[in-house]
Design a protein around this ligand. Structure first.
Ligand code: SAM
Ligand code: SF4
Length: 429
């Protein structure tokens, strides 16, 4: 979501004449977009500002803005602790950036803009562009969260659940497609909780799928409790919804799920998995895991390992529990760091093995790849499989934005390598 937000921020500040630069010392305005989901984010901000100060020691200082969820959570403290920061702006206020920059330039007075106002943000930010000319684009449809999992800071930094207007999203999808986008990733902290005037995520996907030039649709991140029948059944009929379901489970133990306030059981998760596999056996799952949650016993952790073994998630994120200020879990007694580290290593090894095996199983097979761009380092091209795995292959510029058939020659944990099979060479199997 921060990548999407950063692009929107750029679309906003472009209107008052700012341009992106890769050369730090050239910057007249420096904006740091931050994430607060795990620890160290705050310290990273001060570290980055320290580097910036060094860079500008002998030069005119740029306007320094800290945006995003760290700014939201630490607003006053940041301004107090680091005088080099000129203003902080929260994730629901960046539509006000231009006014704030101008106000700051006029008055030279430091600013704190961290109010929750998702509705006015989206009505202001209606003219999405595809400034970076990408083939695959994020599109935020929902923000915030009302679920209050005990470990998570999102409900406090992004605010309450808000779903954007159905028509606005479809309009934005069309603009993106007109500007060269062929894959849309619908985004939300709780994307499958989307609900606007009785329209649900499934309705949105169904409608966006009708845009002729769009090839692929994905959505992230979902909550298991919101995997409703309409969304599951959409996999039976949709031609463009990709067969990778990113569905964070966090833990394989019902006891830990309850302590986390996740509001579902492992049996519910397995039901979703089995129903989707029945609809299409090519559907794969990926997930997020938290290890070392307060109260997690060796048995609980083994339940998580067993779940990983059963589902064979192909591409997942795993983290050690990080206490976040203001959350219920931040007050609980943490488990030994060494134990958590060992568990993380163990689960990651298992997850990586499944990923390696999945990629290996594709060697010699011909798969559909959406071509995204030429790689910077070589003459090869970059694209992604239906399961979102990066694919590197010989291609040509005309194929960017198109789906090509690629025969996989070799693979490693994260990437597939292959060659494009052009029509004349394709034999019917
Ligand atoms: N809404 C999604 C869900 O319900 O699973 C997750 C969104 S959250 C922004 C992304 C991921 O960050 C979570 O799935 C979780 O694994 C991880 N995460 C969140 N808070 C965490 C914490 N306090 N410690 C470690 N990982 C955390
Ligand atoms: Fe955080 Fe996701 Fe839980 Fe919401 S549902 S509180 S975003 S982990």
């Amino acid at each position: 979501m921060n990548e999407y937000d950063s692009n929107r921020i750029y679309d906003v500040v472009k209107e008052i004449g700012f341009k992106k630069t890769e050369i730090l010392s050239e910057a007249t305005c420096y904006l740091l977009n931050t994430c607060h989901i795990r620890d160290k984010a705050k310290e990273k901000v001060y570290h980055e500002i320290g580097r910036l100060k060094k860079n500008f020691r002998l030069k005119q200082k740029p306007i320094v803005i800290v945006a995003g969820c760290v700014a939201q959570a630490e607003n006053e403290e940041m301004l107090k602790r680091e005088p080099y920061i000129d203003f902080v702006i929260g994730p629901q206020a960046y539509h006000k950036l231009n006014n704030k920059i101008q106000e700051y330039l006029k008055k030279q007075k430091r600013l704190d803009e961290t109010e929750f106002d998702a509705i006015s943000k989206f009505s202001f930010l209606k003219n999405i562009k595809n400034s970076s000319k990408k083939v695959s684009s994020f599109l935020t449809i929902q923000e915030g969260c009302d679920k209050f999992c005990h470990f998570c800071v999102v409900p406090y930094t992004r605010g309450p659940e808000f779903s954007r207007s159905f028509n606005e999203i479809v309009k934005e999808a069309k603009i993106l497609v007109d500007n060269g986008v062929r894959e849309i990733i619908l985004l939300g902290q709780n994307v499958n909780a989307y609900e606007n005037k009785n329209f649900r995520l499934s309705d949105l996907i169904f409608e966006i799928e009708k845009i002729p030039k769009i090839s692929r649709i994905r959505y992230t991140t979902s909550h298991p409790k919101d995997m409703t029948d309409d969304l599951i059944n959409l996999y039976k009929v949709s031609k463009k919804l990709m067969p990778l379901v990113h569905l964070p489970v966090q833990s394989g133990s019902d006891k830990i799920l309850k302590l986390m306030n996740r509001k579902h059981l492992i049996s519910d998760y397995l039901k979703v998995y089995e129903r989707l596999k029945e609809i299409n056996s090519e559907i794969e799952f990926s997930s997020d895991f938290i290890v070392g949650y307060p109260g997690e016993s060796e048995n609980d952790f083994n339940d998580t390992l067993n779940l990983v073994e059963k589902i064979k998630f192909i591409n997942s994120f795993s983290f050690i529990f990080s206490p976040r200020p203001g959350t219920v879990a931040s007050k609980l007694e943490t488990i030994d760091r060494e134990i958590s580290l060992k568990r993380l290593e163990k689960i990651q090894q298992k997850l990586f093995n499944h990923q390696i095996n999945k990629n290996k199983s594709l060697e010699k097979r011909v798969i559909d790849v959406l071509v995204e761009n030429k790689t910077k380092e070589s003459s090869k091209f970059f694209g992604r499989s239906e399961h979102m795995t990066p694919v590197i292959f010989d291609g040509n510029n005309d194929e960017v934005g198109k789906i090509v058939k690629v025969q996989i020659i070799k693979s490693n944990q994260n990437t597939l390598f292959g060659k494009v099979i052009r029509k004349s060479k394709l034999r019917v199997a």
